[in-house]
Design a protein around this ligand. Sequence first.
Ligand code: ADP
Ligand code: MG
Length: 636
Amino acid sequence: MEQAPEGEQRPAEIAPRKGGAAGPGANPARSPSEAPGRLSGGRIRLLSEFVANQIAAGEVVERPASIVKELLENSLDARARSIRIDIEQAGIHSIRVRDDGAGILPGDLRLAVARHATSKIASAEDLAGVATLGFRGEALASAASVARLTITSRHAQADSAWRLDVEGSRERAFRPAAHPPGTTVEVRDLFYNTPARRKFLKTERTELLHIQEAVRSVALVHPHTGFELAAGSRSLTGLPGGSTMQERVRALLGDDFVGESIAIDEASAPASGGMRLWGWVGLPTHSDARARRQHFYVNGRPIRDRLAGHAVRQAYRDVLFHGRHPAFALFFELAPGLVDVNVHPTKDEVRFRRSRDVHDFIFGKLARVLRDVRPDGAGPVSTPAPEASSQSPPSSQRPLPLANTASAPGNLAKLFDAADVREVADQHAAYALPEEPADGASVPPLGYAVAQLHGVYVLAQNAAGLVIVDMHAAHERITYERMKAQFLGGAIERQRLLVPVALDVPSAEADFVEARAEEFEALGLIVERTGPASLAVREVPALLGKADIRALAQDLIADMVDFGASEAIAERRERLLAGAACHASVRANRRLTIDEMNALLRTMETTENAGQCNHGRPTFVVQSMASLDRLFLRGQ
Ligand code: ADP
Ligand code: MG
């Protein structure tokens, strides 16, 4: 242990704390021993630089990945074009970051590792418009206090390099060295002097994953810079410099992500702060079970922000369900004066001046983009990757050639109820299949049905080629949207069951249902308690038609119990409605007539979010004639 006992020989501090001018926190009295008598003070002492640094390090350096992130930020602030990161033992043994950036002048090298020493801001006013990633002047000092630090740097204008070795905030050596223009920072034996903190590290595998994530997250917004990450002799990440944004996104999030996402670029009116949101949002059909591909940046910084996260989740809420997480790379930009980046030592949080506006802007733009993923003739699934360029408008802005026929919402639920099929079909008589549609332009987006496949898929022909519809998924989405419209419109239309369905449940559940009868009623379900451990379902949403009422009610009750009282009803509503819609929807193996199929297609065209079912799976795909031709090697 090299930690000097407090009060005795303090480690030779390598540079004065720039405390004198540092503002209100600076306390000029440094020597407790000067205090006159016991009662006049002496209990409050200024901590030594070393201890102060360790405390700061506690916030900045949580784990090896935090150091990697800070070092990368320094290299990028120095305008590096190529950065190499070498890791030994998940960064615990050593982290070395080498860049070809501007370098540090020999005369500044010692100051670089002092706390609150930075070349990036000079005054409090500068804080309002920070243009660099770093500005707190804490990273190197923090690293130096919890590890052995070596910086070797050659400034672009200097003709030789210098090397500084620091250990536990104490300078060990300062001497000339050999190094090309640029800087190498090496951090060894992390937490060697704070064994307690070292114990908090997770397995090497986990720490390495965090490091990889830190590199990816920084690299995503800096496509011009090349990044190489190696653990020992194993190369983990190689990203060439000079890339475009789209190439970098593709390299980090995958080809499939770019193909299954929508490029967006939306701006607010200049009057409302000149906000801009651009990037790529994954189609709901391309979601993940864990939130692992979500990248959100504010003015070029990777940020974790509850507010923005909420806006994004809410925008996806209607198209994504059951614990699925969207993938996205979103870049949010606004005037630096409208966002405070000096909120947390790790700089991964911000505070927005007008948070409500920010939330509404992000939510509004995304919700519209996602809602527009509708049957548009091309179909979201077969749509080629949107080109990320300002020349071509984002696909969300493509006009949607929707059929301008009003569907018959009231009858929709009955779509698959044999007795009512005729009625519905009649209303769509205009779509009865013409043998040969007169001209391509008049064909509705999802075309005309031609057949049903194995009781599961509807096949239709549209202007582009072949449309394949998953009947169950499509019907589920339609039922859900209708129920939701009714729910928001005040009341869900109910239908009285001829024979109430009796349910045996644990008495706690019976209590629960009894206490929340009103909430069940809002969802269109009248459930009564008929005994200590029994319930009877008397009325159900009319839209649910011939659903399995018993299973539906059991699931709904279980969901309500799970969600607990604390969750807002709005939050659980979607899930409950989605669950109900799923139960109510046509199962596979229903034979449909051509008229019924066309009625389904027309209804999909006029239903919001018809491109996905409630589980985020697609409801239909389009195979263009060109792609069919390719299958048969036609015209090649
Ligand atoms: P901050 O980045 O907040 O200024 P740091 O402690 O991370 O604080 O770095 C202190 C200073 O050291 C920086 O302001 C910068 O001048 C210099 N520096 C650190 N790393 C590099 C680097 N890789 N290239 C050039 N200068 C660097
Ligand atoms: Mg820094």
